[in-house]
Design a binder for this molecule. Sequence first.
Ligand code: HEM
Length: 550
Amino acid sequence: MMSAMDDTAVPHNVINTTDAAAATLGAGGAGLASLFPEVQTVELLVAVSIFVAIHSLRQRRSQGLPTWPFVGMLPSLLLGLRRDMYEWITGVLKARGGTFTFRGPWFTNLQCVVTADPRNLEHLLKTRFGSFPKGPYFRDTVRDLLGDGIFGADDEVWRRQRKAASLEFHSAEFRALTASSLVELVHRRLLPVLAEADAEARAVDLQDVLLRLTFDNVCMIAFGVDPGCLRPGLPDIPFARAFEDATEATTVRFVTPTAVWRAMRALGVGHERVLRRSLAAVDEFAYDVIRRRKEELELDGGRGGRSDLLTVFTKMRDEDGRPAYSDKFLRDICVNFILAGRDTSSVALAWFFWLLGKNPAVEAKILEEIEGIVAARKERRPTAGEVEEELVFQPDEVKRMEYLHAALSEALRLYPSVPVDHKEVVEDEVFPDGTVLKKGTKVIYAMYTMGRMESIWGDDCREYKPERWLRDGRFMSESAYKFTAFNGGPRLCLGKDFAYYQMKFAAASILIHYRIDVVEGHPVVPKMALTMYMKHGLKVTLSKRDKSKL
Ligand code: HEM
């Protein structure tokens, strides 16, 4: 759809040889035919091939990436996809000093500026926030799934939801709900599932188990409903399956020309058919919960003791005392929060456990920190939150796990749950690095690459070192434009504090009970998706720790 990248949109440092090359090829071809009519087709093909090879080599030397007539840089992208797309982007960005213009095939929406430069990130996420909305391309692509919810919304529609949700996320009731839902999920469901696998000496896909944990958890805080994905036997839950299918089918739209997916939607074929079917199931579930919640609120006179997002937004009234949000809008709000929180923390945890397996010294330090916290509580009387003999971490204890906080941040630096993100420019702009952006240009910012730039993190940037986040043993946060895993500026992740609490609570509870070993030979590579999943999951075995030491 978007192809506003004309020549003026090319950064100063990019030499645009494509048009010149095409012109040369055209002139050269015509010239050959008229000067030497006897030239045979085969010879012409050889001449063209030699030209293309030389052209490609020159491009490679001057820009790092060949730009072919008609298909643009697509062949290089496809080669990158076959290996590791994120590493491919990283290589190109490093060779180009942190920013480059990707030129897709003519007449497609695959033209964009890609950057990993913290100065550009600060410019687009904060300084010139108003010039870089999500934009109509993103919104149109995700509209069927996300409607007018916070993820795709801009301007007033976004501001209103952000303000209301932000108030809710910082309320005491909400914090209490997140803490209690986690105690329930981790102690009544996660640990028993792991215990079962341990007793049967069976390997489990830890990523799948963690995904189930965070899906149930985010549904509890968004809808006030527990879908029950994390249960012994790890059952298939229709709502969770439909949500997953709808997300995947929506993602496919980003790599399909807009006109093509629109036509497929009209005809109801391919992934658009899957999307239509799965959205029907998501909507059926959502509207059913909304209807029942409204009935429940009516019965108790609108008070509603719950503090999930649906209840809070349903209770809101406009100046005339009418419901502030329609059922459709309530559905959009909940679906967006589920999307935001269903897999981001779980994939981060999966990469964290994998990194621990490779860095036993880090695991030892985390255990030492947790043991210190447990030793300190033994000197106090057990509080009401401690369930009999069980060791249930309290919010103040989770807060004191600073080394664990650093170890999780370090995992997110190397494996950000959202590896690349997207904006659209609404007026002509110039990045601090000199890149010129014409109105309508798509901008991709590459968080995965940022974690691997020596210029940002130093020569040891590829090493897993939680210590880089600590000063005198205390966790020190980094600029959001250098560590962009949670985005930055006005659209900083709303669930950041909740996500850290959730990840720390789950990680500490698992680690004190079990030693986790990745099954030998299990391949661990990222999957190409909007979220940084492990392509083959994380197959692990568990062994019980000696708890007498605690
Ligand atoms: C490790 C866990 C998480 C990471 C790395 C993460 C990362 C991000 C990122 C990169 C964005 C910006 C997305 C964009 O605008 O395109 C974002 C936005 C958001 N996140 Fe998170 N997130 C995490 C967990 C959560 C959780 C658990 C929730 C809620 C339950 C949540 C709620 C949100 C919301 C509502 C937004 C939209 C904010 C806005 O547009 O104003 N996130 N998050």
